[in-house]
Design a protein around this ligand. Structure first.
Ligand SMILES: Nc1nc2c(c(=O)[nH]1)N[C@H]1C(S)=C(S)[C@@H](COP(=O)(O)OP(=O)(O)OC[C@H]3O[C@@H](n4cnc5c(=O)[nH]c(N)nc54)[C@H](O)[C@@H]3O)O[C@H]1N2
Ligand SMILES: Nc1nc2c(c(=O)[nH]1)N[C@H]1C(S)=C(S)[C@@H](COP(=O)(O)OP(=O)(O)OC[C@H]3O[C@@H](n4cnc5c(=O)[nH]c(N)nc54)[C@H](O)[C@@H]3O)O[C@H]1N2
Ligand code: SF4
Ligand SMILES: [Mo]
Length: 692
């Protein structure tokens, strides 16, 4: 715990940002008297080095927000009645017991996600496992196709230490929106660029970062797999493969190689809309101008062929000798961090009987369930806003007789509940954060603020419920004991709770260069261009190309469709998914960025209103014309528009090809001008939502 002199009126507490983000920043909270007056970046954090993004700084606004739930709430008709914790917990325990008796534990659904990435939150799951099991949400709205791709190819998704970018000759930022979603990568990229590294961006949408890159390649959304396989074919045909890697450190090249023949330059240019010159340039960079570091983002895997696109890029980097070397690597995520933390000891799932519903398809699964879902618990997620085909989920949740939400705010999901239990905010909690998607550091969460209202830590809430249900002994331990259990695997390497509390941020024993010793975690122990594991799991042995469903305008491939445009609903710059809808200037109606070509085709004008629709739903939007994207693509931010204007009313629940991943970026739509009357209606509906 790093505090300065407690007797001075101003003191500083080091803590961390728990938002589901690549960066997991170190925070220094300034406290005047009893009030947190300011949040700043922790200069001592080796990666995030003293800078917080606006989402992190706004954690303070959320802490003291008027809209925070202060006491447990119970639904009474259309309104809420504040109730005591005893009443809320007694009644909820009563409902749990009744459902267990009448329908069994599978009739209780626990829907959770990673809205806060600290270790003690795993005690939520423990509660349901100790109950004997439940139905729980699994799979991912986020990154699982790519994680699975990396597992097939390397055995695990691993990244290099960020400082290793200095050793790259080229960095390809492939589908990661670094200047918006992974802001602390920018200083590393800038330093590398100043030292002569070339930065290439592969992204259908131009952004402030791609403006400064040496080259921006803008494929049609969902076609990266064809691009990577085409580039790999050129490398092969020009003799630019790394023979030593292919023969000594990999298996399966002979299976993949013949498949590349289908990816001629003509085919790839037509399929991806990338020029021949750019395709050849990319091949030259991977094949002859290494080391190339490839930074992948999960955006490109939210497609029907998304996992295979990642496999194709893995294969390209590996075959050209850009894996296991300084300045190289295909860096999708850092999963080794999770290996060093014993989450199982906290969750204790082992003997529980769990029925699994996927996060993306839970609506249909709830509606068809036998035994039926009779009770719902929602923790750390706002699925009514974030899950594809959100209207369907609203319908499914509305059929569940008893619903309990744990949150700090009355989100769209919380508003559907029968009981809402207010949990503490990270600045009030003690915990540690290990959810980095990228770098190998964990950070101690030190309480900085007095708890607002009658909010309680989630471990307390579920511990109290367990007491009422007769297994309190399984849930109630001192929190340091839980934290020590979780850190046990890295204790022999000097990473102890005592050290974490003293230093604030500690590095886990993760190597700087992934796979430098060639010790791949696959079943063959080598990089796998063809994977037995993939075959066993019913997937293609090698990377293949699966096109996106939006093919309307590829001449000669399909008739023009009713929904000719691709709708990309990417992560918002100023909000963490749906969490920062307290921002003062959220455009209403929502903004859709549309190309000149689409505007010309449809007759819509810059600044005017338009209707955006597909077979699933419809939104009124304000049009912003910009040619920074692929010409047949409409871009909107996801997350912060609700009620009638939530983008996920339009996104499909279809799955990506690998793992359990939603393909919500594979969304087709049409757009047309609308009357002023329709616009006023939509805007009013939007304004009537409660402002958080
Ligand atoms: N500001 C902010 N930062 C965040 C979040 C947030 O909500 N707001 N959320 C956090 C979370 S949960 C996550 S998972 C990460 C996500 O981090 P990112 O992956 O960086 O962001 P996304 O918005 O998911 O991905 C969209 C990026 O992929 C590009 N893209 C879309 N389709 C394709 C394609 O077919 N090919 C290629 N090459 N690129 C494509 C988009 O143009 C966009 O730049 O960000 C984290 N950081
Ligand atoms: N169209 C579209 N949809 C998307 C995406 C996209 O790019 N486009 N991205 C997807 C991705 S990558 C992700 S990760 C998901 C994110 O989906 P969610 O995780 O559901 O999104 P958040 O908006 O971050 O919601 C987190 C909720 O947890 C609450 N919360 C915060 N801290 C705590 C806590 O300590 N305890 C509890 N109980 N609650 C807490 C917050 O108030 C908030 O309501 O969305 C997915 N949905
Ligand atoms: S949201 Fe991400 S970048 Fe922003 S403060 Fe939190 S961890 Fe840092
Ligand atoms: Mo995510």
């Amino acid at each position: 715990m790093t505090r300065n002199d407690d007797s001075s009126p101003v003191r500083y507490v080091k803590t961390g940002c728990p938002l589901d983000c690549w960066d997991t920043c170190g925070i220094v909270a300034q406290i005047d008297g009893n009030t947190v007056t300011r949040l700043q970046g922790d200069k001592d954090h080796p990666i995030t080095a003293g800078f917080l993004c606006s989402r992190g700084r706004r954690l303070r606004d959320r802490l003291y927000s008027q809209a925070r739930i202060q006491t447990p709430l119970k639904r009474k008709g259309d309104s809420w009645q504040p109730v005591s914790w005893d009443q809320a917990l007694d009644e909820i325990a009563y409902h749990v017991t009744s459902v267990l008796r009448s329908d069994g534990h599978h009739s209780i659904l626990h829907a959770f996600d990673y809205g806060s990435g600290t270790i003690l939150k795993n005690l939520n799951q423990r509660f349901f496992y100790q109950l004997g099991g439940c139905t729980e949400t699994v799979g991912s709205l986020c990154w699982d196709a790519g994680i699975t791709a990396a597992r097939y190819d390397f055995g695990q998704a691993k990244s290099h230490h960020p400082e290793d970018l200095m050793n790259a000759r080229t960095v390809v930022v492939w589908g990661r929106n670094v200047s918006v979603t992974n802001i602390h990568m920018i200083p590393f990229l800038r330093r590398a660029a100043e030292a002569g590294t070339e930065i290439v961006v592969v992204n259908p949408i131009a952004n402030d970062f791609s403006d400064h890159a040496a080259e921006h390649i803008a494929p049609r959304p969902g076609t990266d797999g064809a691009l990577a396989l085409g580039v790999l074919r050129i490398c092969r045909d020009n003799g630019w493969l790394n023979k030593r890697f292919v023969t000594e450190q990999s298996v399966g090249w002979d299976e993949l190689s013949p498949l590349l023949d289908a990816f001629s330059l003509d085919f790839v240019t037509a399929e991806t809309d990338v020029s021949e010159q750019q395709i050849l340039n990319l091949a030259r960079r991977y094949g002859t101008e290494g080391p190339v570091a490839t930074l992948l983002g999960p955006g490109m895997q939210r497609y029907p062929g998304g996992g295979n696109a990642i496999r194709a890029i893995d294969a390209l980097a590996a075959a050209t000798g850009n894996v296991g070397v300084r300045g190289g690597g295909v860096q999708y995520a850092e999963r080794e961090v999770a290996d060093w933390i014993d989450q199982e000891s906290i969750q204790g799932r082992k003997h529980a009987d769990v029925r699994e519903f996927t996060r993306g398809e839970q609506a249909d699964q709830i509606l068809a369930a036998t035994p039926p879902i009779k009770m719902l618990f929602v923790t750390r997620t706002n699925p009514i806003t974030q899950v594809p085909n959100s209207s369907r989920l609203r319908e499914a949740y509305s059929r569940i007789p008893v619903k309990v939400g744990v949150d700090q705010f009355l989100t769209e999901t919380a508003k559907m509940m029968d009981y809402v239990l207010p949990c503490t905010h990270v600045l009030e909690d003690e915990d540690f954060i290990f959810s980095t998607m990228w770098h190998p550091y964990i950070t101690y969460i030190c309480p900085a603020a007095a708890i607002q209202g009658d909010a309680k830590p989630e471990w307390w809430i579920f511990g109290q419920l367990a007491n009422r249900l007769g297994f309190g002994d399984q849930m109630n331990q001192p929190i340091h004991a839980w934290m020590e259990r979780a850190l046990a695997p890295c204790e022999p390497y000097g990473v102890t709770l005592e050290r974490l509390m003293r230093e604030g941020t500690v590095r886990l024993p993760v190597p700087r260069i992934a796979w430098e010793n060639g010790d791949f975690k696959t079943s063959s122990g080598r990089f796998e261009f063809a994977s037995d594991t993939a075959e066993r799991e019913g997937r293609s042995r090698t990377a293949i190309y699966i096109p996106p469903s939006n093919r309307g305008r590829i001449v000669g491939k399909a008739e023009p469709t009713e929904y000719p445009y691709a709708l990309l609903t990417i992560h918002p710059r100023f909000s963490e998914n749906s969490q920062h809808k307290d921002l003062p200037h959220i455009p209403n109606p929502p903004t859709a960025i549309v190309s000149t070509k689409i505007a010309r085709d449809t007759g819509i004008k810059d600044g005017s209103y338009a209707r955006l629709w597909n077979e699933q739903g419809s939104l009124v939007v304000r049009v912003q014309i910009s040619d920074r994207g692929h010409p047949d693509t409409i871009v909107m931010e996801s997350g912060w528009w609700h009620n009638g204007s939530n983008v996920n009313q339009l996104t499909p629940t279809r799955s990506a090809d690998l793992g359990t991943q939603t393909a919500q970026y594979d969304c087709s739509c049409a757009i047309a001008p609308v009357s002023r009357f329709e616009t006023v209606q939509a805007t009013t509906a939007n304004e009537s939502q409660e402002n958080l």
